[in-house]
Design a protein around this ligand. Structure first.
Ligand code: ZN
Length: 241
């Protein structure tokens, strides 16, 4: 089985479509979303519609729950808050009901999915350093955890009691190790590369492959400006920050 895992679409339909097209070309068996389908971007409804139409299981992100009143708005900086309030205003009732029902954790055969962290998932912690990774490794019930939230693609590996950080685009999974795999972001990458990021997990080959996909950034920027969303959300897409 080959899985396609992606997250932090953030209402960026053009980026999402480019990633889906890339996944289709490679004949991936199953897709999963790591949350933050909405927020920041100009097409929250279309992105939720696609996820629902393709029946892609998704965990909730902080933006998903905040846009439907399930998560506290105080967590966000003023610009993110402004985008969430805009999203809340434009979301259809059907899509709001769908986002409200999203779970915090999804369990696969040998992996778990979460948006931020397994440590109090509704508090949306980031896994950015070895200490946080250590806390999460202790909570993992399966050898693999896929996450998003930071918008930065990175792998933490724990083997023989030691944690290391891996940023290779291809990775062979060791039998005895545990891994936290951040898929990066589809709709708002923040690692200095403006292309959408996602991962393929090849279960048979025990392999993780990071993919980057180009999409028409200028078109999305025009939509963001037209919608009256904060300018920074348009500008940062070209910088990948
Ligand atoms: Zn996000």
């Amino acid at each position: 089985m080959r899985y396609g895992l992606f997250g932090d679409i953030h209402g960026n339909l053009e980026a999402f479509e480019a990633v889906l097209e890339d996944l289709r070309r490679q004949g991936i068996d199953r897709l999963f979303s790591l949350g933050d389908i909405v927020g920041y971007g100009p097409d929250p409804n279309s992105c939720v519609d696609v996820i629902r139409k393709l029946s892609i299981p998704s965990v909730s992100g902080n933006h998903d729950w905040a846009s439907v009143g399930r998560s506290d708005l105080d967590y966000f900086n003023p610009r993110a808050k402004e985008a969430i309030l805009w999203t809340k205003k434009v979301l259809t009732e059907e899509n709001k009901a769908y986002l409200k029902r999203l779970p915090l954790i999804i369990e696969g055969n040998n992996f778990q999915l979460v948006h931020g962290s397994l440590k109090k998932p509704a508090d949306w912690f980031y896994i950015l350093n070895f200490q946080e990774a250590e806390n999460v490794f202790a909570l993992m019930e399966k050898p693999l955890l896929f996450a998003g939230h930071s918008h930065v693609p990175i792998v933490f590996c724990k083997t023989e009691g030691k944690i290391s950080c891996i940023s290779d685009s291809r990775l062979n999974l060791k039998e005895e190790a545990k891994y936290i795999i951040n898929a990066g972001s589809v709709g708002q990458p923040r690692d200095g590369d403006s292309r959408s990021s996602y991962v393929i997990f090849d279960e048979g080959k025990r392999e993780i492959i990071y993919k980057r996909v180009k999409y028409p950034i200028a078109k999305v920027q025009r939509k963001i400006r037209k919608a009256g969303l904060p300018e920074i959300e348009a500008a940062r897409l070209s910088a990948g920050r």
